[in-house]
Write a protein that binds this ligand. Structure first.
Ligand code: SAH
Length: 210
């Protein structure tokens, strides 16, 4: 059985839309076309899974919009063998898309309940992904250095320096940076940062609960 999106599915429509929204990397578009996003949304939201919006996944968190996921991975510009860290597993959707684009994915979630649910789902859909529970700014360090780092929660005013230290030479990091829930999606590489787009995200929270 093929997991490729055919011409009539919401997933294929989504891929076509992402193309018109400026996503050009064929590996990213192909990956979005192969990951069943409806499995990562809350029960009852399946029919909205491919809409251009973030959706609540419980625990006060969201699954990012498809465009944000695709744009963040597209902006990383890493090769197919890259080792990538994701900070903020949430539903696990972005990790599943990443895993189809790169060689190795380590993802970290600070909320133990979300981490457990994502671990179960990814074990089934994307078995190579390593899901850690903890503060993603530091918890994945032992698996680095990383060719790419994607942060999926809003860092307060600056990219956490501890994450920059986990980059391999020439590696790139994509992170939303802002004051509260709104800010800019920023790419860092070789000491330079570039603003990519205005975005809104849930906040990056340091440490873990309890
Ligand atoms: N990539 C996710 C988006 C999840 S929203 C997806 O595809 O569904 C961001 C997630 O980051 C939330 O689940 C939140 O609990 C988590 N988070 C916030 N701060 C964190 C931190 N310091 N370390 C790890 N996870 C964090």
């Amino acid at each position: 059985m093929s997991d490729a999106a055919d011409a009539t599915t919401p997933r294929a429509d989504l891929v076509a839309r992402l193309r018109t929204q400026g996503i050009t990397d064929g590996r990213v578009l192909d990956a979005v076309g192969r990951v069943p996003r409806e499995r990562f949304v809350a029960t009852g939201d399946e029919s909205r899974a491919h809409d251009d919006t973030a959706l609540a996944i419980g625990r006060g968190q969201t699954i990012s919009s498809p465009w944000i996921v695709a744009a963040s991975i597209d902006a990383l510009q890493v090769g197919p063998d890259a080792r990538v860290l994701e900070v903020g597993t949430g539903s696990g959707y972005a990790a599943a898309v990443l895993a189809k684009c790169v060689g190795e994915v380590v993802t970290v979630e600070r909320d133990a309940v979300l981490a457990e649910d994502a671990r179960d789902l990814l074990r089934d859909l994307s078995p190579g992904v390593r899901v850690l529970t903890g503060d993603g700014v530091t918890a994945g360090a032992g698996f680095g250095p990383f060719d790419g780092i994607v942060v999926t929660a809003m860092a307060y005013r600056e990219i956490p320096p501890e994450l920059i230290e986990q980059l391999a030479p020439g590696g790139s990091l994509v992170c939303p940076v802002g004051d509260d829930r709104s800010g800019s999606l920023v790419r860092y590489r070789d000491g330079e940062t570039v603003d990519l787009a205005p975005v809104s995200f849930v906040p990056l929270v340091r440490g873990t609960d309890g």
